[in-house]
Design a protein around this ligand. Sequence first.
Ligand SMILES: Cc1cc2nc3c(=O)[nH]c(=O)nc-3n(C[C@H](O)[C@H](O)[C@H](O)COP(=O)(O)OP(=O)(O)OC[C@H]3O[C@@H](n4cnc5c(N)ncnc54)[C@H](O)[C@@H]3O)c2cc1C
Length: 466
Amino acid sequence: MTHFKDTIIIGAGLTGLVIGHKINKRHPEHQVLLLEKSASTGGVISSFSESGYLAEYGPHGFLDNCAESRELLEETGLEAECVRAPLKTFVRYVCIDSKLMLIPQSPLKIIKAPLIPWSDKLRVVSELFKKPLSGEPTVAKWAEYRFGSALLPYVDAVFTGTYAGDYNELKIDAVMPGLRQMEKEHGSIIRGAIAKARQARKSRGKGQKLQMPSMTSFPDGMQRLPQRLTELLGQERIRLNCEVTTIHQSPQGEWLVETAQETFRAANLVLALPVNQSLKLLSTLAGEPPLKKIPEAWIATVVFGFGQAALPPGFGYLNPEREQRFTLGTLFSSNMFPNRAPDGHVVFETLIGGRRHPERLELDDETLIEQALADVKALIELPDTPLFSRVLRPSGGIPQLEKGYSRLLHWRNELVHKNPGLYVCGFGWEGIGLNDMIKSACLIGDTILSKEVQTQEQAEAKKIYF
Ligand SMILES: Cc1cc2nc3c(=O)[nH]c(=O)nc-3n(C[C@H](O)[C@H](O)[C@H](O)COP(=O)(O)OP(=O)(O)OC[C@H]3O[C@@H](n4cnc5c(N)ncnc54)[C@H](O)[C@@H]3O)c2cc1C
């Protein structure tokens, strides 16, 4: 038996790296060690580069409207490297009746836009008088109850774009806890949103306009973020190719972490893992969880490069399920960030699979390319043959917060409460986005150093950007 550490972190994806970085930056004398099963850090964050085309296996970027993420960029020196695509100028589209409908980014412009008939807009406004919906409804059921059915394809598009999920399965309390809170507090989402906007205007001060966030990445792709955190932590704090097989606690209260190579001991143990991978390890430590695993949505991305093609302006488009398309949507990557394609060329990335169509991921690369191209060509004018095409298959699926997830979260909270020094966080536990991961990682880093339990702020009602 070797190696006692103050803190061991299992998983060197973004969550684990940020916790390690925060601890190391504030208290370099605190002995922290990250154990990572694969040969590199970053988890599902991985950028692809070939023949002058740059694309992503996993996340494409994050919005710069999260204080913790902005602070991370500053303290890692990455702020100076960022590339940004402002939402104000980069529109998105939703495919409705086989046509791309432009979604404006301001609520007033959305109301005026011809997205749904005026009679349905009146139904949306009647939300003001709808009582909060009880129970744990799905997103689709909740959205239909509050706003009527006309908005459903747009709601579907939002959850296709974020979770690659099925809004008939995702639970509103799990995926939008802030909105649910707003519904309960104000009796209406519209009323709550107006109150929030007033409050924000007051704190901004007179004359100052609301700033819209920007999608943020790096010149060589998202991989730069874990790469920089890895550099700052140093090789001595990260063990690669080191899969944790079992965790338990000694009678003295030390955490014992077993890998194929050796057993580590620690005062604090952090599981910075996707929900299902945490559950696997926790099975030896805790009683039966309410769910053995949660569903995941896996996708494949097809990267297409063209010369002489003109993409529509903006970020890209999403396909609600009722459109019965082969793809989930397309990102106009070379519109978003500079140098994603050779000069005079464009690159876009088309997403396939998701919660509803895992069977499509069984198709071979050639078929995926052929069918994805046909699907995009029906919506956008393109030359016959792409100059470049590749299929990227990410290393992880997106956790789906569906039936039983609230009970699972409650179980996790109780477990952590009963086991001082144990922390369980990561992909799917506190949301699924990079900002969610960074936020919860910062909180855990602070808690470990202060040894005081920091309570998570009230769930925030996040703005919805298409
Ligand atoms: C296809 C895709 C697209 C996405 N797009 C976006 C986007 O555009 N914007 C956005 O904000 N978010 C996006 N996300 C979500 C975002 O990528 C995640 O929130 C974030 O990267 C999760 O980081 P993590 O460290 O918690 O988990 P992971 O990245 O999954 O890292 C966990 C790490 O733990 C390691 N590990 C697992 N088990 C063990 C073990 N037993 N022992 C040791 N190590 C272990 C794994 O190898 C991995 O490196 C996307 C995710 C996916 C999959």
